[in-house]
Ligand binder design. Structure first.
Ligand code: PLP
Length: 358
């Protein structure tokens, strides 16, 4: 019974299960919201430029050049910027350093399924606030009885897996209405049509915005995420990071991420293409009878009134098209479909036409 070596908490954990990364070739992979286009050629050139003897040296533990570049991009100062090994790591630090106060944290019931996992890891209680029938977060539900004595609020904007965007005005009301706790806005998908809450940071010391380079900047494989907020919030994250791993970003990630923020032309072109294709995919799904939740992300969340989510997921899989299906109450009939290239989206529609009667 070598499980007896486990620390007590390990027995209790229910780890997050990421979307499948199938090994086979020839699959149309629309299940994990990766960008269908490669990273900027300038990112690849920057990474190549450090593939040399300097790899024997540790990277900059403060990531100062990358943080400077991100600060300039958002008109902030570097002490308002934290970077980590993917926004999942950044979020883990956020839960531990800013949300664990012995009081429950609020997040939507249909949301990023990593949040309850962090809560369990750090022993944080939470209250899942139901989204409405249109799959929207209801801001007023984060006030009143449910919101008394809380330890913080966290939600993605746009929300995942629904794709629905909350307005900047509603976000400001939430942040302004809860000055005593940190409100975390997880902006993993904000570049696909939303307005970032970064512009509120200088007015609200309790606002923390997290972002990822995995989706809009095509760098899921490089693992870079960031947090933006008041210098005191950033310092809390730095203190946890420096008690855990001094070098979460390696030399390749530091220069690659910096090049990604500098190549604004490539970023603008690829995200615009994805937004256009999302709107095309939405119309095509509606024409096939699907209900499609309005999306401001690089995926759509859709269900068909006559076919179950499980049945469509399996039927697509049998045709080598992989989408995401969550076998959970309220959303079991939905498919979350990443917006791919125009050709991948067409392959999805062709496969659906074999499953869904006209
Ligand atoms: C993808 C995603 C993340 C994590 O992104 P990484 O930077 O790849 O770790 C965080 N939050 C949400 C809502 C996501 O969908």
């Amino acid at each position: 019974m070598s499980q007896s070596f486990w620390s007590p908490i390990v027995h209790e954990l229910t780890p997050y299960v990421p979307g499948e990364q199938p090994k086979g070739m020839g699959l149309v992979k629309l299940n994990t919201n990766e960008n269908p286009y490669g990273p900027s050629p300038k990112v690849l050139a920057a990474i190549s430029s450090v593939l040399n003897d300097t790899l024997r040296l540790y990277p900059d533990p403060t990531a100062s050049e990358l943080r400077q570049t991100i600060a300039e991009y958002y008109a902030l100062s570097p002490n308002q910027v934290f970077v980590g090994n993917g926004s999942d790591e950044v979020l883990a630090f956020v839960f531990q350093s800013l949300l664990a106060h012995g009081r429950p944290v609020l997040f939507p019931d249909i949301s990023y399924s990593f949040y309850p996992v962090y809560c369990q890891l750090y022993g944080i209680e939470y209250r899942a606030i139901p989204i409405d029938d249109q799959m929207a977060i209801v801001p007023k539900d984060y006030f009143g009885a449910e919101a008394t004595g809380i330890g913080g609020i966290v939600f993605p904007n746009p929300n995942a897996p629904t794709g629905r965007l909350m307005s900047l005005l509603d976000i400001e009301r939430l942040v302004a209405g809860h000055p005593g706790v940190v409100v975390v806005v997880d902006e993993a998908y904000i570049d696909f049509g939303g307005q970032s809450a970064v512009t509120l940071i200088d007015r609200y010391p309790n606002l923390l915005v997290t972002q990822s380079l995995s989706k809009s900047r095509s760098l899921a494989g490089l693992r870079v995420g960031l947090a933006l907020g008041h210098p005191d919030l950033i310092e809390a994250l730095v203190r946890v990071k420096d008690s855990f791993n001094s070098y979460p970003l390696d030399r390749l990630a530091l220069v690659g991420a910096q090049a990604a923020f500098l190549d604004t032309a490539y970023f603008e072109e690829t995200r615009q293409r994805i937004m256009d294709d999302r709107d095309g995919l939405t119309a095509a799904l509606k024409a096939r009878g699907f209900e499609v939740i309005p999306s401001a992300a690089n995926f759509v969340f859709a269900r068909h009134p006559q076919y179950s989510g499980a049945e469509l997921y399996q039927g697509l899989r049998a045709q080598s098209v992989i989408v995401r299906h969550f076998n959970k109450p309220r959303i079991a009939d939905f498919l979350r479909i990443t917006v791919g290239t125009t050709a991948q989206n067409q392959a999805l529609l062709t496969a659906l036409d074999r499953l869904v009667a006209p």
